[in-house]
Design a protein around this ligand. Sequence first.
Ligand code: 5AD
Ligand code: SF4
Length: 481
Amino acid sequence: MNKDLKIIATPDMRSARDRRKKPIELVYPEIEVSHALREFARGKTFYLRTYGCQANVRDSENLAGLLEYAGFTYTNILEKADVIFLNTCAIRENAEDKVFGEIGSLKALKVENPNLIIGLGGCMPQQEHVVTSVKTKYPQVDIVFGTHNIHKILDLMTTVIEEKTRVIDVESIQGSVIETPLVRRLDDKKAYVNIIYGCDKFCTYCIVPYTRGRERSRTKADIIAECQILIDAGYQEITLLGQNVNAYGKDRPAEGDFADLLREVAKLGIPRLRFVTSHPWDFTSQMIDVIASYPNIMKAIHLPVQSGSDEILRRMGRRYSREHYLKLVAEMRAKIPDIAITTDIIVGFPGETKEQFEETLTLVDAVHYDGAFTFIYSPRMGTPAAKMIDDVTAEEKHERYERLIQHTEASTTASSLKMVGGTYAVLVDGVSKRNKNRLSGYTENGKLVHFVGEPALVGQIVQVKIIDSKVYSLQGEYVRA
Ligand code: 5AD
Ligand code: SF4
């Protein structure tokens, strides 16, 4: 195991919070592979595990692109890999616990193969306490990097190989827009395209503005170029990505706003266009109009509400009221009658009273969500909410969580049940592991459908009649064209 440690940069929350507006640098890095790394990579494999959100999945595609460029080949067998990367998530404590467990179990592999390189990247190492822990308690980790310097990973690997040292390079900066030229897509029909990085909202419970830096948009030309490459390669679905897609262009006014961008991408003619995530605060009527007018923009909006109580929303720093949210939903439903609305909800925010929690339940019932992700509040070190007094017991939080799920599941079930008997377009994702003729895919409104059909249909958009519904999936019958 490498005992020496080279520290290039370590994170600190204070600089991560800095939002003094400076011009955002656009970086088109030139990627070079050192002789030492190319020799090392010959005949060697890498394994890459991704935790968390779509932004991490897309980052992993760049990481994989870089590793392949250096000469490594991908393996899905952890035990056989010569290089292991974990691309991590910091959103809740349980996400972090899983990763620490995994690092712990990698120690044995490192003993068996001392040349194994283990890298830890993503949102977790953007936090001081994680880096401190890895430095002292997990000597099996050779490279610690963050969300801002994925494009430098080959240089960091060279350092490990040439200098026989561990290396830590995690910058806490507002961030640039880095156009990494190398990408290895994980799917050949559905793709993620970043449009805006970072977050400036600083919701009081959330670690993301610290781990991913300032809101910064890519240029429209770079986004369109990436989408066009995907369309030319036969992709069926593009999902535009950002912590807040609605904030697109605010830092780059010459590019127009999210409504303009959505319209331009839709016009390229990709069969299915999606976007995540939308913040209710800056969702404009123009954006709703664009979604309504292009058939290839999927009628599905993920609109996290977090709470139904004005007081909790205020303390969360969400910058909208319950009334504003309900008005926005009403406008969406009026202009787009078949719109599917999904959400994220947190229960047990510090000091949440029974009454405030009940307001979340009445909001869930009023909106008739098509799906919901529900979470118990998890304190994140360094965020304002972590310092708030919390007098709600863990037991009470769990009880509220269970009650919330009853309401969100009732709503999701009702929305699925309405589809039974109808025929819907499904983009076929894949075949079941157990039965080659059992296929699954997603409807335009984002529901998972299982049905019987030939494996040749994978990657196509087909018509499926819905015959039954469960809470989290639908059962269908393939309708031959
Ligand atoms: N605790 C629990 N849930 C959280 N989320 C973000 N931060 C926290 C936290 N500290 C949830 C929010 C967000 C989703 C991605 O994760 O609901 O929308
Ligand atoms: Fe976190 Fe709020 Fe930003 Fe979403 S909008 S990433 S919840 S700070």
